[in-house]
Design a protein around this ligand. Structure first.
Ligand SMILES: *[C@@H]1O[C@H](CO)[C@@H](O)[C@H](O)[C@H]1NC(C)=O
Length: 375
């Protein structure tokens, strides 16, 4: 009798202790059971846990002909004193500068952890020529694709943006299963992106280290992406590179909201009728709505995983032609030799990265912690 009472009481207390939540999770590091408000994924970076963080190995350039080669190398990604560093370096440090213009780089490896992760856009092998050089920068991009993905929750990532000309840090989320089809039909959540230039202006506005942005990408196919309806920027005259800040996401079945240091940057609250198809302005089109079987938050009603990286340059216009910078932008976004044009100006941009000071702290994306809670 006594044990039955205790058993019933224990059951009751478990039942009350675990609040039901709409948050769902998957991955090797996802908790087996999720209760409302639980911390469901975190990293304080006291060690570099590669069971959580998979490195991308690719020359693909992010689909934007960015100039970096993502590798798994402790020159480019490491933890120190509880902080994660994603740090760019020169590819020529490893292979020499002649190699960039004449060598063949095949990054495919035989071990499971050495496999090229993105073959798209000549991502696994490139032949260098004088006009079409091998990616001149090495950097890192890490992701929780195997370890953790989640749908709905609260995210706080404490980070410090890098400084240095043409650096492009990003902390973002991609769909784990492409439930609604390939990009951008299944969405993309960009928590923070910035540019490392300390004094870059466009139409009078500082668009370098003083600007941080959050964006959602969504649409039925790449040519129809309504990101401009869900893009917000915040200026900080001190520069986002000077201090750590808390980049936050609150994601529920009703809205998705970005904040920095507890101040809202922007949000979407899709209409009950029509959801993001309506909000994105697609309901006036004749395209088939890939989200018609989803909720009003679709495609943001499925699981996403986390990605953090430092990219460099690229030709998609993230660095617009005609920006004002102490040393002008060395490539045009229409140039077929953009990476070579960039490398030829190394004497201008490399000093701004301060790689020789403090092990390249200035040019590193630094992350103090990642914390994700269930709703
Ligand atoms: C790691 O990067 C450094 C600096 O670029 C390079 O010298 C070294 O060869 C790399 N290690 C491997 C195993 O690729």
């Amino acid at each position: 009798m006594w044990s039955l009472v205790v058993g019933v009481a224990a059951l009751a207390s478990v039942a009350t202790a675990c609040r039901q939540t709409v948050t769902t999770v998957s991955g090797t590091h996802a908790p087996a059971r999720v209760c409302g408000g639980d911390l469901i994924f975190s990293d304080e970076f006291n060690t570099f846990d590669l069971e959580k963080w998979q490195h991308e190995l690719t020359l693909a350039g992010g689909g934007n002909w960015e100039f970096q080669y993502y590798d798994n190398n402790r020159t480019n990604s490491f933890t120190e004193n509880g902080v994660l560093f994603l740090r760019p370096s020169l590819t020529s440090d490893q292979f020499g500068s002649v190699f960039l213009r004449s060598g063949r780089l095949n990054i495919e490896g035989g071990q499971p952890a050495d496999r090229c992760t993105n073959p798209q856009w000549y991502g696994c092998e490139r032949q260098g020529t004088p006009s079409n050089i091998i990616n001149p920068i090495k950097s890192a991009r890490i992701r929780t694709v195997e370890s953790f993905s989640f749908r709905y929750g609260r995210v706080e990532i404490r980070a410090k943006m890098p400084a240095g000309d043409w650096l492009w840090p990003a902390i973002w989320f991609m769909p784990a299963f492409n439930t609604y089809g390939s990009w951008p039909a299944s969405g993309e959540i960009d928590l923070v992106e910035s540019r490392g230039n300390r004094q870059m202006f466009s139409n009078g506005a500082h668009i370098g280290t003083q600007e941080a942005g959050s964006t959602l990408h969504f649409g039925p196919f790449p040519g129809e992406n309504a990101w401009d309806r869900a893009h917000w920027i915040r200026r900080n005259t001190n520069g986002w590179d000077r201090n750590f800040h808390n980049y936050q996401l609150e994601w529920t079945p009703d809205f998705l909201r970005f904040s920095i240091d507890n101040v809202e940057l922007g949000r979407i609250t899709p209409p009950n009728n029509g959801g993001l198809w309506q909000f994105g302005g697609f309901s006036r089109s004749n395209y088939l709505n890939p989200w018609r079987f989803g909720s009003k938050m679709a495609p943001f009603d499925e699981k996403f995983f986390l990605i953090m990286n430092v990219a460099v340059g690229g030709t998609n216009g993230f660095f617009p032609d005609g920006v004002q910078n102490p040393h002008p932008k060395p490539w045009r976004n229409t140039s077929p030799t953009a990476a070579a044009d960039f490398l030829n100006a190394q004497g201008n941009w490399l000093p701004t990265w301060n790689l020789n000071v403090n092990n390249g702290r200035d040019a590193s994306l630094q992350v103090d912690y990642v914390r994700i809670w269930a709703l």
